[in-house]
Design a protein around this ligand. Structure first.
Ligand SMILES: *[C@@H]1O[C@H](CO)[C@@H](O)[C@H](O)[C@H]1NC(C)=O
Ligand SMILES: *[C@@H]1O[C@H](CO)[C@@H](O)[C@H](O)[C@H]1NC(C)=O
Ligand SMILES: *[C@@H]1O[C@H](CO)[C@@H](O)[C@H](O)[C@H]1NC(C)=O
Ligand SMILES: *[C@@H]1O[C@H](CO)[C@@H](O)[C@H](O)[C@H]1NC(C)=O
Ligand SMILES: *[C@@H]1O[C@H](CO)[C@@H](O)[C@H](O)[C@H]1NC(C)=O
Ligand SMILES: *[C@@H]1O[C@H](CO)[C@@H](O)[C@H](O)[C@H]1NC(C)=O
Ligand SMILES: *[C@@H]1O[C@H](CO)[C@@H](O)[C@H](O)[C@H]1NC(C)=O
Ligand SMILES: *[C@@H]1O[C@H](CO)[C@@H](O)[C@H](O)[C@H]1NC(C)=O
Ligand SMILES: *[C@@H]1O[C@H](CO)[C@@H](O)[C@H](O)[C@H]1NC(C)=O
Ligand SMILES: *[C@@H]1O[C@H](CO)[C@@H](O)[C@H](O)[C@H]1NC(C)=O
Length: 382
């Protein structure tokens, strides 16, 4: 009896977090991609036209496109907890044969409201290759790139992208448009047999590993996964929260506005210890039901009885190990330590800071000591 009532209450609590976007007639997936609010396909399913997804089924396999039917940007994944969108971005190429240039492509990307994530790298492949990109950041145009040269294929080390056969650079933050330029110094002369083309692309860190075979056979790779960052609207948490009807981070759905986010717009985060889609509602779902059963059994064994609400409060504050499930914000040179309800990032020896991507990160102590007075000396000869 007691048991049944508790299950009913638990079920009601779990359902309480589901809102209109989840239960209405919106497409929830397209191909391998789950479409999660604020993204949506069809009228009333997305937050604003910036989050429109169009599912094209004309080729048999459904393909999710970013934007309306005139878009050619394919979505390969999305995350609401990290505010990221993964798209398939075209690879730039510049090819040669024994009689000279034999075809090239130079992709560009222009984003209305999203930004290119700094979790990407700009990579170029080739033995006679220089590659760079020009980017719009706010109202300015900036850019960078890299050079890769090699004489023969024997000098190439698999897995190493450090300038021989492959080079890479980090990307600056805040880029909203890019053009890739790719060229050669000597038309790949004397290397057509093992490296006829140069390639350049943006790719999510960890999703590309260079192999010497790429010099010959990368031609069949048309696109690489690239991460974009997004936020809602134009205004900060303070201003956006005043428009209660449109504001998506709702306290009653265990969601809060991310005060640490300093880009354009605002982002929602689940409260510590909760998970789910912070733009719709966070809860601890199946995890808490399992814990709940264990807790209940534990309670009966001890012949104690707590009021149902108190038991539920224990369950809903069930700890999630953010460190283990990878859902943490620690920079790579810090160690994630789980605490009840939250976690800390401890910088490794020789570094200090809060260890968080959104915070101070980990700063090498020697640089901190030197204050702002770092000096670079350059020798110049005649
Ligand atoms: C999409 O959602 C389904 C059901 O919730 C889940 O089983 C699947 O793993 C999800 N796929 C991705 C790519 O997140
Ligand atoms: C698709 O979006 C673009 C840019 O947002 C717009 O110019 C175009 O008119 C739209 N096309 C359709 C069919 O809605
Ligand atoms: C779907 O994609 C095909 C090409 O693959 C294109 O011809 C067609 O116009 C697209 N349909 C819509 C509704 O976007
Ligand atoms: C999709 O994104 C989620 C959340 O960031 C991540 O856990 C998952 O591994 C991604 N899936 C793929 C295939 O990259
Ligand atoms: C080289 O490529 C060009 C352009 O694609 C082509 O016209 C030419 O026939 C090719 N030459 C050789 C030797 O393959
Ligand atoms: C990319 O090239 C196009 C066409 O030349 C130009 O209109 C655009 O401003 C360029 N974008 C960037 C970021 O340089
Ligand atoms: C590369 O090819 C172009 C076009 O055929 C030619 O103008 C240029 O001189 C060539 N450069 C070298 C270094 O061979
Ligand atoms: C590199 O050279 C080795 C030995 O000559 C050969 O087996 C291999 O296929 C070459 N790799 C490429 C990418 O040309
Ligand atoms: C951002 O603000 C500009 C003007 O300040 C407005 O035109 C634009 O529609 C806003 N964009 C969004 C997504 O609210
Ligand atoms: C984590 O919890 C501890 C103790 O409850 C608190 O002192 C600390 O400020 C919290 N840290 C964060 C980042 O919320």
């Amino acid at each position: 009896m007691h048991f049944n009532i508790l299950i009913a209450i638990a079920a009601m609590r779990a359902l309480g977090a589901v809102n209109a976007q989840e239960v209405s007639n919106c497409e929830r997936s397209c191909g391998n991609v789950n479409i999660t609010y604020p993204f949506g396909s069809g009228v009333g399913c997305y937050y604003s036209s910036d989050f429109l997804v169009t599912c094209n089924r004309s080729s048999g396999t459904p393909i999710p496109f970013f934007g309306n039917s005139s878009s050619n940007i394919v979505i390969s994944n999305m995350s609401t907890s990290k505010s990221e969108l993964e798209i398939m971005m075209f690879v730039a190429r510049d090819c040669y044969n024994s009689s000279g240039p034999a075809g090239w492509s130079r992709p560009s990307l222009w984003l209305k409201s999203m930004r290119i994530s700094t979790k990407n790298k700009f990579v170029a492949i080739g033995c006679d290759t220089y590659a760079f990109f020009r980017a719009r950041r706010g109202s300015a145009y900036d850019g960078t790139g890299c050079i890769s040269r090699c004489g023969s294929n024997s000098s190439i080390t698999d897995g190493s992208c450090s300038g021989v056969g492959c080079c890479e650079v980090a990307v600056p933050e805040g880029m909203s448009a890019i053009n890739i330029t790719l060229s050669s110094y000597d038309n790949h002369t004397d290397m057509i047999d093992f490296n006829p083309c140069s390639y350049a692309f943006f790719v999510e860190e960890g999703k590309f590993n260079f192999f010497s075979n790429n010099l010959r056979d990368f031609r069949s790779t048309e696109k690489m996964p690239m991460l974009l960052d997004w936020a809602i609207g134009n205004s900060t948490c303070d201003i956006a929260s005043k428009e209660v009807d449109n504001f998506l981070c709702k306290a009653e759905r265990n969601s809060r506005c991310d005060e640490n986010y300093r880009g354009r717009g605002y982002r929602c985060r689940c409260h510590e210890g909760y998970e789910g889609n912070p733009y719709v509602g966070c809860n601890s779902k199946c995890y808490s039901l399992v814990t709940w059963f264990l807790y209940f059994i534990f309670q009966s064994l001890l012949h104690q009885s707590l009021p149902p609400n108190e038991i539920l409060d224990h369950l809903y504050s069930a700890d999630i190990d953010e460190c283990k499930n990878g859902n943490h914000d620690c920079v790579h040179i810090s160690d994630c330590k789980d605490n009840p309800g939250n976690y800390t990032c401890e910088c490794r020896e020789g570094y200090s800071g809060d260890g968080r991507n959104d915070g101070t990160g980990c700063i090498a102590d020697q640089y901190q000591d030197q204050d702002q007075s770092m000096v670079v000396k350059i020798a110049v000869g005649k």
